[in-house]
Design a protein around this ligand. Structure first.
Ligand code: ADP
Length: 312
């Protein structure tokens, strides 16, 4: 695949570039973070949705939501820290880069920087006097993100709701972000394709982070099927603030419960990209907390989660 992109973030971390995917790599997904290697530098980078794809035969610009294997397109790239680069046309060494999958370490693409985006140097981080520490101190609590993940119908909402009730009763300041509710508002423009699911989780991660900046204990109940995005949210937060809670329910059991009748629809082919049926779920290899719902009632699960939190 090939992509031309713009990179953006802090000063010197914004540019437009051309990237080319490796033969064996899967699609390059907007919103997912990859490692970018440029000369001797390495940074975490996100590719925004492609501006367009290029038809290599006619040089026509085509609309594209993501860049598939061997596709060439233009997209914006944002690195998490400033890097030194130059347009590829001026300096091949400082204008060429490769993109590496963080989990598999496979090279997913290569690219050429076209130009820096001015917004990167014009948008500054505004310092505020009431810091996140001040917000947390006033609430007398350690902010956290309790990130519930698991199949649809696993029990995320049920258990998260009970945990929030218990924390609330203990005088803690909490907020529950529920997948379905967020999709009615902030994320109502997103569907369930792989790219949209990644963007869904990225936005939820940003919102959760803002809420921890405000001193809250945030509970999120999203399937969040991909390990890369859960790890991305973990990396956004200070160490120990992200608590991954795997609500472990076998697919057969979640399907038997079929709380919202969605498995039935998916099996009947009326619902595409349904997790566990025709879209993958990647279980967390080492979550902070794992709840086996076959052997734990919702009440006991909530009790165990609160006890773990209070002890840490
Ligand atoms: P999710 O938010 O993961 O999609 P929900 O919480 O909406 O799942 O639904 C889970 C359903 O499973 C609820 O109806 C809940 O009462 C039921 N359930 C049965 N046993 C358990 C258990 N041990 N833990 C959590 N939920 C359970």
């Amino acid at each position: 695949m090939a992509a031309i992109g713009h990179a953006e973030s802090a000063p010197m971390s914004a540019a437009q570039a051309l990237a080319v995917a490796h033969q064996s790599a899967p699609a390059m997904l907007p919103g997912r973070s990859y490692w970018l290697k440029l000369a001797t530098q390495q940074a975490s980078v996100q590719i925004q949705a492609p501006k367009y794809q290029i038809n290599v035969n006619t040089l026509e610009h085509l609309a594209a939501k993501r860049l598939e294997l061997n596709a060439i397109g233009v997209a914006t790239l944002s690195t998490d820290k400033p890097i030194v680069f130059e347009p590829y046309s001026a300096n091949r060494d400082l204008g060429g880069f490769i993109l590496i999958d963080k989990l598999t370490c496979a090279t997913v693409g290569a690219g050429m920087v076209e130009f820096a985006l001015r917004r990167a140097s014009n948008v500054h981080w505004q310092a505020v006097d009431i810091t996140r520490e001040a917000h947390a101190a006033q609430k007398q609590q350690q902010p956290r993100v309790l990130w519930f993940t698991g199949l649809s119908g696993a029990g995320k909402s049920t258990i998260a709701n009970l945990v929030e009730k218990k924390l609330h009763a203990l005088g803690k300041h909490t907020f529950l972000l529920d997948g379905d509710n967020v999709r009615h508002g902030l994320n109502k423009d997103l569907g369930f394709t792989e790219a949209d699911r990644i963007e869904n989780i990225r936005r939820v991660g940003e919102v959760a982070k803002l809420m921890t900046d405000a001193g809250l204990i945030v509970l999120t109940a999203f399937i969040s099927p991909f390990r890369a995005e859960r790890d991305m949210v973990r990396a956004m937060l200070p160490a120990r603030e992200f608590v991954e809670i795997f609500i472990d329910t076998a697919l057969a059991e979640a399907e038997r419960r079929d709380v919202k009748g969605l498995y039935k629809k998916a099996r009947a082919g009326q619902l595409k990209n349904f997790t566990g049926i025709d879209s993958p779920y990647e279980p967390p290899p080492s979550p902070e907390i794992r709840i086996d719902t076959a052997s734990t009632t919702p009440e006991d699960a909530a009790e165990a989660i609160v006890a773990t939190l209070l002890a840490s």
